[in-house]
Design a protein around this ligand. Structure first.
Ligand code: SAM
Length: 238
């Protein structure tokens, strides 16, 4: 299968440990550094999948849920049960504190989840896919978990092109790590963020990887000059 396997830099243990360190400041910095636009992107994910979210009895899984922002946005959008999964315990403790209705959180690796095949109607992953140690393996696991006709949504940082590209890359490599370091006290974590965004495949390449993994009806939408993109795909029925 074609696909982008990430480098050893993104060893699962390092990623987990790094998110554990930034967890207490994660939400605050997220909203500050994106000027709250990240909230609009999460609502756009909920709108994209509103058909599934409004279906009684449907089940959704939000992978790499972190402090649970997308999990809760999905939950607020319909009657369905949403499960958030993440392998970083301190992030899940914060997610648990925000718990409202029937969402639940599970501590698990997105590459090997403790759920039976075809358990969910919707699988989402927001700003987590980039961190996976094995992209094709991650897509295989997402496909396995979806029921026939079920949908996948990948919200991820993307590439800003055109005249704004150089300014955004300067912001990513020079400004964001400094603000991140100042507030979180962790220079490495926010430098890592800039590096993973730069290394991440272009939107077309990710769409190609999704098709190669077996998803059909693969599309993507760019948000905010391409700072983020939402890819979606369907597990074919049958
Ligand atoms: C940038 S945060 C995103 C959190 C949340 N989805 C959001 O939109 O704010 C990435 C999260 O992915 C989690 N993560 C990274 N690799 C993972 C893996 N292999 N399995 C489970 N969680 C993982 C990290 O622990 C972290 O909480």
């Amino acid at each position: 299968m074609s696909g982008h396997v990430t480098g050893t830099y993104q060893s699962a243990a390092r990623v987990r440990e790094m998110f554990g360190r930034v967890a207490p400041r994660y939400d605050f910095l997220n909203h500050l550094l994106s000027m709250n636009i990240d909230r609009l992107w999460r609502h756009a994910v909920a709108r994209e999948f509103r058909d599934i979210l409004s279906r009684p009895g449907a089940r959704a899984l939000d992978l790499c849920c972190g402090t649970g922002d997308l999990t809760l946005t999905l939950e607020e959008s319909g009657p369905l049960e949403v499960i958030g999964a993440d392998f970083c315990h301190p992030m899940l403790v914060l997610a648990q504190e925000k718990l409202k209705r029937k969402s639940g959180f599970v501590e698990a690796d997105a590459l090997q989840l403790p759920f039976a095949d075809a358990s969910f109607d919707l699988v989402t992953i927001a700003f987590g896919y980039r961190n996976l140690a094995d992209y094709p393996g991650g897509l295989r696991e997402m496909l396995r978990l979806l029921r026939p006709g079920g949908r996948l949504g990948i919200l991820e940082a993307s590439h800003v092109t055109g005249i704004l590209g150089p300014a955004y890359r300067f912001y990513l490599s020079e400004v964001l790590p400094r603000i991140g370091a100042l507030i979180s006290g962790d220079a490495m974590a926010y430098g890592y963020f800039a590096k993973t965004v730069e290394r991440f495949p272009e939107a077309d390449e990710l769409a190609e990887d999704m098709r190669a993994a077996g998803f059909s009806d693969v599309r993507y939408r760019r948000f905010t000059f391409g700072i983020a993109a939402l890819h979606s795909g369907t597990r074919v029925a049958g």
